[in-house]
Design a protein around this ligand. Structure first.
Ligand SMILES: O[C@H]1CN[C@@H](c2nc(-c3ccc(C(F)(F)F)cc3)no2)C1
Length: 319
């Protein structure tokens, strides 16, 4: 089988939401290649006002004694219990998917009514269900896929897709360049050989993760400094959350070289949004507090990205 589900960017391309059939409901989920839990609101979730919620199908079963609890990079969290039910994404069906029902969600989730939960697409080793760790949707359907891969096609301020089971050459230009993935921490990790700000090449390798659930492109302080050195008037202002600059400033492109392929994020994609101060907040921000780089939506939305589990590799091509 194969299938494609449309994703829709939320304001500032902050997250990309996909309608998913979970049990007897349709909910809008944030697909996250940086985590491995599929969780949804229920009718009784505290903070569930304004969200669609999960209703178990007739064939659903409660996974007795199983619970989950997850924290995300921004400090948000959720927890609850677990059902086994049918989940359909773009026509691709997982018949025995662990559906994690939220009993509690943190305030940032309850106030973000654009998502009704998350669908994790990292490696299943990050799944938080206890005592019996569960598999991601991708792991559950992988053996049924015509080609056991999925692709993320995120766009700037326009619908894209998550494709399961096929490579679509109409969705990228040139060729796909593959590079080994590092799954040792459960993420889709990879290394770039160098980066370029405008026309200035820095021959330093950067390692990080491909994370559709992170909005920004988070890079170490040295790399951030080298980028914003080419943005006139940019300052790193902790009171505004990081690197800001006058919104009239033009931004240089940011490119990385991956196994001979140059992945370019155009400067026009590198402003995240306007602050109340009238300054613009950059799409490139510091990863130093995290300890590794995160190639989030600001980066991914310029690329066609293939996630290949069986070969433990990532593929990149320009959109
Ligand atoms: O944990 C890492 C794994 N991938 C990153 C991720 N972060 C979120 C997230 C989504 C929505 C919200 C909220 F709705 F605003 F609360 C919060 C965090 N989803 O994936 C970070």
């Amino acid at each position: 089988v194969s299938g494609s589900a449309t994703n829709t960017p939320q304001p500032a391309d902050s997250e990309y939401i996909v309608p998913v059939t979970v049990g007897a409901s349709t909910v809008n989920l944030d697909f996250d290649t940086g985590s491995a839990d599929l969780w949804v609101y229920t009718s009784s979730t505290a903070g569930g006002a304004g969200h669609n919620y999960y209703t178990p199908s007739d064939g659903a079963t409660v996974m007795n004694g199983e619970t989950w609890s997850i924290g995300y990079g921004d400090g948000s969290s959720a927890s609850g219990n677990v059902y086994q039910d049918t989940v359909v994404v773009g026509g691709v069906t997982a018949t025995a998917q662990a559906v994690e029902a939220a009993q509690t969600v943190s305030s940032s989730f309850s106030s973000d009514t654009s998502n009704d939960g998350l669908l994790g697409l990292s490696w299943s080793s990050l799944n938080t269900v206890s005592p019996d760790q569960q598999k991601t949707f991708y792991d559950n359907v992988q053996s049924s896929l015509a080609d056991p891969v999925f692709a993320a096609i995120l766009k700037h301020d326009a619908p894209g897709s998550y494709d399961f089971g096929f490579i679509d050459s109409s969705k990228y230009t040139g060729n796909i360049t593959y590079t080994p993935a590092d799954n040792s921490q459960g993420y889709w990790g990879f290394t770039v050989d160098s980066y370029t700000v405008g026309t200035t090449v820095t021959s330093t390798a950067l390692s990080g993760i491909a994370d559709t659930g992170t909005s920004l492109l988070l890079l170490d302080d040295t790399t951030c400094g080298n980028y914003y050195a080419q943005v006139s008037g940019a300052i790193n202002d902790s009171s505004q959350g990081g690197w800001v600059y006058d919104c009239s400033t033009s931004l240089p492109d940011f490119s990385v070289s991956i196994n001979g392929y140059t992945a370019t994020v155009p400067g026009s994609y590198l402003t995240y949004d306007q602050q109340s101060s009238g300054q613009c907040y950059g799409g490139i921000q510091s990863s130093t507090a995290i300890g590794f780089n995160i190639f989030g939506d600001v980066f991914l939305k310029s690329q066609y990205v293939v996630f290949d589990g069986p070969n433990v590799q990532l593929g990149f091509a320009s959109q």
